[in-house]
Design a protein around this ligand. Structure first.
Ligand SMILES: C[S@@+](CC[C@H](N)C(=O)[O-])C[C@H]1O[C@@H](n2cnc3c(N)ncnc32)[C@H](O)[C@@H]1O
Length: 281
């Protein structure tokens, strides 16, 4: 955890249950999410390989928290069917318009993953780009893990990645840093993302603040402030919750290059990737 901490009470919507709801934040992120994140690609080859290995041609992937369809687009281009679920209607709407060209191979479900109830069963479910870090309490995670387990066919896999602060404390922890400046195609203005990560003083949470500024020269013409909270769950707790949800075979990887996770030296890992299998029983 970084040296800068966010002490309570700082905001009117503290304590956590109100602050820690990410869903409202993603409604606000939706209009600008793609400007900053759509070209993230370090996980793409990894998830494509997992899908190719797990699925027959055209087989269906369940994606939890599919957002604006960043990874889904790659999976669809590779010929898979994707059922994307997300609790943010605005994020899903963006995915829908972008992915409509894939016809019924793209299927969107507007649902909280903790309450997922779909008729299909899947050989592969994924939760990319740290989606599980939004499941802030043990009860949230267990509900989501149980729901995924229930949606897997016997022998099916659930693969997700995370980067809790104990693994890789954000380099700019506690400091505001300009992360990216891009051109907004709608207005032609430059849009700048300035980010600050802070640990919460007495809980395993990281708060990510973003200032999104539309610039006319040096002048800020509009500013949106965003805040998302991540849970920095301990690995032992994560594994216990997965087992409680019914996953009996769990493999831990330390990066998208497929290196095993070194339990004796977690600092060798770039990511925590958990590959969990539903038993045949
Ligand atoms: C970091 S974005 C990832 C989007 C996409 N998977 C990607 O890789 O670019 C996380 C997404 O998870 C969604 N999300 C967070 N908590 C959720 C929940 N409990 N149920 C469904 N979706 C959730 C958010 O609305 C957001 O779209």
């Amino acid at each position: 955890m970084g040296t800068h901490v966010h002490s309570q009470p700082m905001d009117l919507d503290w304590p956590p249950r109100a602050l820690l709801s990410p869903l409202g934040e993603y409604e606000r992120w939706a209009p600008v999410y793609d400007l900053f994140y759509y070209d993230v690609g370090d996980d793409v080859a990894f998830y494509l390989d997992r899908a190719a290995a797990a699925l027959p041609a055209g087989g269906a992937v369940l994606e939890l928290g599919s957002g604006t369809g960043r990874l889904a687009e790659h999976l669809l281009r590779a010929g898979h069917t994707v059922v994307g679920c997300d609790a943010s209607a605005s994020m899903l709407a963006r995915a829908d318009s972008r992915l409509a060209r894939f016809g019924d191979r793209w299927q969107a479900a507007h649902v909280d993953v903790r309450e997922l109830r779909l008729p299909q069963r899947f050989e592969l479910a994924v939760a990319p780009y740290g989606m599980v870090a939004h499941l802030l309490t043990d009860a949230d995670r267990l509900a989501a893990f149980r729901a995924v387990h229930d949606h897997l066919a016997p022998g099916g896999q659930f693969v997700f990645d995370d980067r809790p602060a104990w693994l890789a404390d954000p380099a700019d922890s506690g400091v505001w840093q300009v992360v990216k400046t891009v051109t907004d195609p709608d207005t032609g203005l430059l849009v700048r993302q300035t980010t600050n990560f802070m640990g919460v003083a007495d809980g395993p949470y990281t708060v990510k603040y973003d200032a999104v500024d539309w610039l006319d020269g040096d002048r800020v013409t509009r500013r949106e402030m965003m805040r998302v909270v991540f849970r920095d769950i301990a690995l032992a707790d994560e594994l216990a919750l997965l087992r409680a949800a019914g996953f009996d075979q769990i493999e831990a990887l330390g990066g998208f290059d497929g290196r095993p996770f070194d339990f004796d030296d977690p600092s060798r890992a770039a990511r925590l990737i958990l590959c969990c299998r539903r038993g045949h029983g």
